[in-house]
Design a protein around this ligand. Structure first.
Ligand SMILES: [Zn+2]
Length: 340
């Protein structure tokens, strides 16, 4: 089916442009895009044959399928254009489960509850400070999409308790700290109580999510069109905090910090490639010691054509058990690159 009138209309909007006919960049109609750069576009639309148009905004992180609402909010009111798109979407989405770019969730702006200064929360804050060795505030926790009270999170978002966790919600609320995934579907919860039955729990925000994205990322604004975007990947949420605060000293300039959180590295990389990066990605893997460099061979082989550079780093300071990762204070990190 021919989409050319839709693409033409999108490209006619202010400052829109295309990249290798595979992406169309427009000003984001959801958040209004960057105020600082009124002539730049941070909303990418992925154009592929026989697939729905998928948008993703690097400022507000909204994503989904381009539909008639999207067109209207772009000021595209041509009926011929919206009819073409409606037919195209109907044909291309038939039988497809659009999971990671779910359409239903887009009305959902999940809020992070503000953290109350209670004795329990002070203990949780202390736990965070100890793990990473930084003086965190409640505000910094909220900014990092860290949830101290799952009950408060459910309350401010008017959500029901996932029935799977109904019995344990009391413990999840009391003993755990949650990290909201970048697509806001999963909370990776870490216990602060050494006696908890589970150190980690995955809390699915929506019960009907089949295979939600689990990765956690430090909120940041990226310009996907710049020459180099660095993605710093590590295994767990604390590794990501350690890399961000203690290795890269809080550097935000075109840096993505993401943890795979038990999902696959491959899935995380694919996810970013889908968002419109072409040959400008530098991939830094900050690895746990229990994954040797050969663990990444296949990943590197498969993705090298699309990635500018690959690097693998280890922390050479081992803990009492002879293992190392990056989820530790600064004085317990000595970075060493494994030369590929
Ligand atoms: Zn936006």
């Amino acid at each position: 089916m021919d989409l050319s009138n839709v693409l033409k209309a999108l490209l006619a909007t202010p400052h829109a442009h295309t990249l290798k006919d595979e992406y169309v960049y427009v000003r984001c109609p959801m958040c209004g895009d960057s105020l600082k750069h009124p002539d730049k576009c941070h909303c990418s639309i992925w154009v592929r044959p026989a697939m729905p148009l998928i948008y993703h905004c690097w400022i507000c992180e909204e994503s989904g399928v381009v539909g008639s609402n999207f067109l209207q909010s772009m000021g595209i009111l041509d009926l011929g254009v919206s009819n073409t798109l409606a037919q195209y979407n109907k044909a291309t989405m038939k039988g497809k489960k659009i999971t990671s770019f779910s359409m239903m969730r887009k009305d959902y702006k999940l809020l992070i509850p503000s953290i109350q200064d209670t004795e329990l929360n002070r203990r949780k804050l202390e736990y965070m400070q100890k793990r990473i060795g930084k003086k965190f505030t409640y505000k910094s926790m909220e900014y990092l999409r860290i949830i101290f009270s799952i009950k408060d999170f459910l309350k401010v978002n008017e959500l029901k308790v996932n029935s799977k966790f109904m019995k344990n919600i009391y413990y999840l609320d009391r003993d755990y700290i949650g990290f909201l995934s970048s697509t806001r579907d999963v909370i990776t919860m870490r216990s602060i109580d050494p006696n908890s039955k589970y150190r980690y729990v995955k809390y699915f925000v929506f019960e009907d999510q089949e295979n939600p994205e689990q990765m956690y990322a430090i909120p940041n604004r990226i310009d996907p069109m710049s020459d180099t975007v660095t993605i710093n990947i590590s295994e767990g949420t604390f590794d990501t905090l350690g890399v961000f605060f203690n290795v890269k000293k809080g550097e935000l300039d075109n840096q993505i910090y993401v943890s795979v959180c038990g999902s696959a590295y491959k899935k995380v990389l694919q996810n970013f490639l889908k968002k419109g990066f072409l040959n400008n990605l530098v991939v830094n893997i900050y690895s746990d010691s229990d994954k040797g460099p050969e663990f990444y061979n296949k990943l590197i082989e498969e993705y090298s054509p699309w990635v500018k550079e690959f690097h693998i780093f280890y922390n050479t300071i081992k803990d009492a058990k002879g293992k190392s990762d990056f989820g530790v204070p600064e004085d317990e990190i000595l970075v060493k690159e494994f030369v590929l």
